[in-house]
Design a protein around this ligand. Structure first.
Ligand SMILES: [Zn+2]
Length: 466
């Protein structure tokens, strides 16, 4: 393909910002910490001035109270005080809900140039988050800064030239989750950067055929799906040559990372993000996850909310998103357990290294006719269940290669009724049949979803009953 001048020009802003970030960070840890402090002060001042919720929350506090003295905030409270939270007073829950009710609005602008997405309900409590254009520009640049084309060798350039030039995103596409929203938005404002978005629920052979047809320059998906595609590549059932693979949305294990790297023979990028902050961290070439500490402050804390020293795993982490002033997240309880490493990374980056004990659901192997096995990635099953019953706590347990057990709450707020349960089982059976496992039984489990005793989190797809 010809050299993409238009693409370079159209993405110049993003590249410029990314280059600026790289330059600034070269000033070292002290600069990064001072910048974060300055941005946090501006964010808190803005929240106090424009958000009725924060004004009320901070009423008793001194105007110059340090960040560590501000009370943490939680999703449930922010959602219940939604209309008082945003600093643009036009943003209301009713307006956002109306906007989200239209499936065609995924990635479309809300109130001129805002972006809306939701978090999936890992805690059974979905969040709705609105981002301003400046926040999106920062996220884009933080992610683009990882792909420095100056580091490309002849292999990457050759692959780029033989590709369509676009990316391929394989995720849950049916709901306004951050990945698909950000992707559609990028494709809308810059068609040259766009590429194909493929539902995670596509049968693997159909996905492989679509990817081969579209020849993506980049592949972006969940680690479990990247691993599955790597195995397809090794089995010679997938002939694509991306210049790089991007993973996010789940934890990427060192094993999976190596397997994906070997199968595709390219760099594997690993992003840590959330609906609350799209770009929290990125892994370096050595595989260490670096926090974007100039744009996101992470405070690891124990069960009682006390700071946890470097080297020790936290109970949860308080996030302050420095990029988005629209719906301020200041010391927000993100729910992830992290460990901040005391030692600097051998890669030379001044950004702190963290380990995230985040989402880790199981890939499950199910029986297919003729003695074959079909591997199903957890986020595909989750997409099917959420489409059927909405964001309620659930658990899918593989009770063997030929039986799935669906756990939905039997009582209490928002527990699905008999009709919803049956519709969900039907949706799962149809999904499994399309994946090539038509004989797998899907049973209703008498038990409610069980929270993992060690992490306190709900693991939604389990290879066997705990
Ligand atoms: Zn590093």
């Amino acid at each position: 393909m010809p050299f993409p001048y238009e693409l370079v020009a159209a993405s110049a802003d993003c590249q410029l910002l990314a280059a600026q970030m790289r330059l600034e960070r070269a000033a070292g840890r002290a600069w990064i910490e001072a910048t974060a402090r300055r941005r946090a002060e501006a964010l808190v001042a803005h929240a106090r001035e424009r958000s009725p919720y924060y004004r009320e929350r901070y009423r008793e506090l001194a105007p110059d109270a340090p960040l560590a003295e501000l009370p943490p905030v939680r999703k449930r409270e922010l959602m219940s005080r939604f209309d008082d939270w945003a600093t643009d007073r036009r943003i209301t829950r009713a307006k956002v809900e109306r906007f989200l009710a239209e499936p065609g609005n995924i990635g479309e602008p809300f109130l001129r140039d805002y972006v809306v997405w939701t978090s999936s309900g890992t805690t059974g409590e979905p969040g709705v988050f609105v981002q301003e254009a400046a926040a999106m520009a920062a996220y884009d640049a933080l992610i683009a800064a990882q792909a420095d084309v100056r580091e490309w060798g002849p292999r990457e350039v050759g692959r780029w030239a033989r590709s369509s030039g676009g990316g391929a995103l394989v995720v849950a596409t049916g709901a306004p989750y951050p990945a698909i929203v950000a992707w559609r938005r990028l494709a809308r404002i810059n068609p040259l950067l766009g590429g194909g978005a493929y539902p995670i629920t596509l049968p693997l052979h159909e996905l492989a055929a679509a990817l081969e047809r579209d020849r993506p320059a980049f592949l972006s998906t969940y680690p479990t799906m990247a691993l599955l595609l790597a195995l397809e590549r090794n089995a010679r059932r997938l002939a694509i040559e991306p210049a790089a693979v991007w993973c996010g949305g789940e934890c990427l294990s060192p094993f999976a990372r190596e397997a994906i790297e070997q199968a595709f023979d390219c760099r594997v990028h690993d992003e840590y993000g959330a609906a609350e902050c799209f770009a929290i961290g990125s892994a370096c070439a050595l595989g260490a996850m670096h926090c974007h500490a100039d744009w996101a402050i992470l405070e690891p804390v124990d069960r009682a909310g006390r700071p946890v020293p470097p080297g020790e795993p936290s109970h949860t982490v308080l996030l302050t998103n420095l990029a988005n002033h629209l719906q301020p997240l200041i010391r927000y309880d993100l729910g992830d357990s992290i460990r901040v490493l005391a030692e600097p990374c051998a890669c030379g980056s001044p950004l702190p290294v963290i380990e995230v004990q985040g989402r880790s659901d199981d890939v499950i192997a199910l029986a297919a006719p003729g003695g074959a096995t079909v591997a199903i990635v957890p986020l595909a099953l989750e997409a099917v269940v959420e489409a059927a019953v909405g964001a309620v706590p659930f658990q899918v347990v593989a009770a063997g290669p030929a039986e799935l057990r669906l756990r939905l709450r039997h009582g209490g707020d928002g527990a699905p009724g008999a009709r919803a349960r049956s519709a969900c089982r039907k949706a799962l059976r149809e999904f499994l049949a399309a994946q090539g496992a038509p004989d797998v039984r899907v049973m209703d489990d008498a038990q409610d979803p069980v929270v993992d005793a060690r992490s306190g989190k709900l693991r939604r797809v389990l290879a066997a009953a705990p």
